[in-house]
Design a protein around this ligand. Structure first.
Ligand SMILES: C[S@@+](CC[C@H](N)C(=O)[O-])C[C@H]1O[C@@H](n2cnc3c(N)ncnc32)[C@H](O)[C@@H]1O
Length: 220
């Protein structure tokens, strides 16, 4: 086991159904919302994609893309690979999977796409900052970082969102041993690392967001 990591093996198979049961198709819609903007990408780093529902679609719709997928869960990676192989011919030539901690695994740049769907919210603020500072220098000019996450919105949904997020963290603590207890802020470290948010879509009154960030051009 790596670095006191949570273990998602036990919930890997029911994960999809647990998700549909709690939030319907809302997470799926977030993951796929910016897929049409990713069709020119060539080299992706996909962190904690879980059972691979997003990555299979990305590889299927962008036949020129190669991807490295990193996840600590062997079962999640197995499901991811099966799902990609079922949908995409010659997956083995385009997909590499690594059972590893995204915070320490040696990266193989340059990447023009990073994907973190509902993954950064598994990290503490210091770990998230470490991750962003490791990855940002590996990005090619104009590279995109696709982030989906929970957030606590302002307005009448604030209290229900706080209660739901707290309940989700408690459930993940019981089921996987996840130690994180509050949503980290990804926007500040991404900005500090030289990325700009170029698009954002919210769902469920702001409880869910999906965002596209782009690496700023190098100064002349
Ligand atoms: C909450 S699930 C999200 C799965 C999927 N991306 C989604 O959109 O639902 C988090 C995933 O990240 C993986 N994970 C958690 N911490 C990790 C780490 N430090 N390094 C790599 N993978 C990690 C888990 O095994 C799991 O597959």
């Amino acid at each position: 086991m790596m670095r006191g990591q949570p273990n998602f093996d036990q919930i890997a198979r029911p994960y999809r159904w647990l998700e549909y049961l709690t939030l319907g198709r809302a997470l799926e819609r977030c993951r796929l919302h910016y897929l049409p903007s990713l069709l020119k990408r060539k080299q992706a780093l996909v962190l904690g994609d879980g059972d691979g529902r997003f990555l299979a679609q990305l590889l299927a719709q962008n036949p020129r893309l190669h991807a490295d997928a990193i996840d600590t869960s062997a079962t999640m990676l197995q499901l991811l690979r099966q799902r990609c192989e079922a949908l995409v011919p010659k997956t083995h030539t385009r997909l590499t999977t690594h059972q590893a901690d995204a915070l320490t695994y040696p990266l193989a740049p340059p990447y023009d796409l990073i994907v973190t769907h509902f993954f950064l919210d598994c990290l503490t603020q210091p770990d998230l900052e470490t991750l962003v500072n490791r990855i940002a220098p590996t990005l090619s000019p104009g590279a995109l970082w696709l982030v989906s996450d929970f957030q606590i919105p302002t307005g009448p949904m604030r209290l229900p969102a706080k209660i739901l997020v707290r309940a989700l963290y408690l459930a993940f603590r019981i089921l996987t041993g996840l130690r994180t207890t509050q949503l980290p802020d990804h926007a500040t470290p991404l900005k500090q690392a030289g990325l700009t948010r170029i698009a954002q879509r919210q769902r469920l009154s702001g409880l869910l967001i999906t965002e596209l960030w782009q690496r700023n051009p190098d100064p002349q």
